[in-house]
Ligand binder design. Structure first.
Ligand code: 3EB
Length: 328
């Protein structure tokens, strides 16, 4: 007879340990266990390796790459415009499309999401846990014609039914590179995760009409299948559905941290961000870098932080934070 623990280890339905996410020097060669390596900005290493994807956001400070490590062999390839890798029960998939060739932000988002949805639906790792979206000139256009709102519409249409059981955690940020580049990448798993909402915030998909015809389709966080890591969505100074502290960087940082801590509590995690909580901090104005760093040093001293120059999808927000929090 096998013991209970052996049975669990052999159980093909058992949840896989989460990828180990770390920031490393940006020019490191990729080792076998790397599922994905995200570079940032113009100095990121260019490579044909499908596991490498360069985000069009400039880092503020030292260039690093975000590596996702898994256990077990990793295979990778391309499928049309899409690049992918899989290993250890996890899937990375990424796509970059040129809006100039696909008729604008809405249609391009629809195509990107349709391609990703189709690929994921045909994969053993069909449970999308986390998605990142980077588009240019995100706040350009008035009212319903803001580019972010067009993106939201196309994203919803392209998703199809792969999110029928609920939206994954997400980030949507504006880059300052060539405006027509739409970049989307995701992490999916062979097991479902647990969606987490923030009790201080209206769920994004229930935002009132003023935020657009199609509300943003994302969850505030996903607890990954084994319950070992919380994947945290882009989190900003939003209370209820409203932006709080317009124009006030320090108050927005404080409110953002309360929202992040609230997500930890909602996930039964300790209310702190330690060395196993890599965070990405999106800063709208370069000149705010020093103040953001001072806040991080004081309030989040242990969390590895990557600062990126990016526009938050509401024009009254100055800063947004996403990342990972390991149960440790
Ligand atoms: C907010 O709380 C800020 O459209 O995917 C945060 C994270 C935001 C993800 C998205 C938008 C998105 O509404 C904006």
């Amino acid at each position: 007879m096998t013991s209970g623990s052996e049975l669990r280890e052999c159980d093909p339905t058992a949840a896989h340990a989460a990828p180990d996410v770390r920031y490393v020097k940006h020019d490191q060669p990729l080792t076998q266990g790397v599922l994905a390596s995200l570079g940032f900005g113009a100095t990121a290493l260019s490579s044909a390796d499908p596991r490498r994807f360069n985000v069009a956001l400039e880092p503020l400070g030292t260039a690093v790459a975000e590596e996702w490590h898994v256990t077990g062999p990793v295979i990778s390839g391309t499928d049309g415009a899409l690049q992918w890798s899989r290993g250890g029960g996890w899937l990375f998939a990424a796509i970059e499309l040129d809006e100039g060739r696909h008729g604008g932000a809405e249609e391009t988002a629809r195509l990107a999401y349709a391609a990703l949805s189709e690929f994921v639906a045909a994969s053993p790792e069909r449970h999308v846990q986390r998605i990142w979206n980077y588009l240019g000139a995100i706040n350009q256009g008035q009212g319903d014609d803001e580019r972010y709102k067009h993106f939201c519409q196309g994203r919803m249409e392209g998703m199809g039914d792969i999110f029928a059981h609920g939206f994954p955690a997400a980030t949507a940020i504006g880059h300052h590179a060539t405006a027509h580049r739409l970049q989307v990448y995701l992490l999916a798993s062979s097991q479902p995760g647990t969606r987490i909402e923030n009790p201080r915030q209206v769920s994004a998909w229930q935002y009132p009409r003023q935020y657009g015809r199609t509300p943003p389709s994302f969850a505030r966080a996903t607890l990954l299948p084994a319950g070992d890591v919380l994947a945290i969505s882009g989190t900003a100074s939003v209370v209820g559905h409203a932006s709080a502290h317009a124009g006030n960087l320090d108050a927005q940082l404080d409110e953002t941290l309360v929202n992040l801590e609230t997500l930890l509590t909602a996930s039964a995690l300790p209310r702190s961000f330690d060395a196993r909580a890599p965070l990405k901090v999106y800063v709208r104005h370069r000149e705010h870098e020093a103040r953001v760093r001072a806040f991080l040093a004081q309030r989040l001293p242990d969390a590895p932080a990557l600062l990126l120059h990016g526009d938050i999808c509401r024009d009254d927000l100055l800063v947004e934070i996403d990342g990972w929090r390991y149960r440790t």
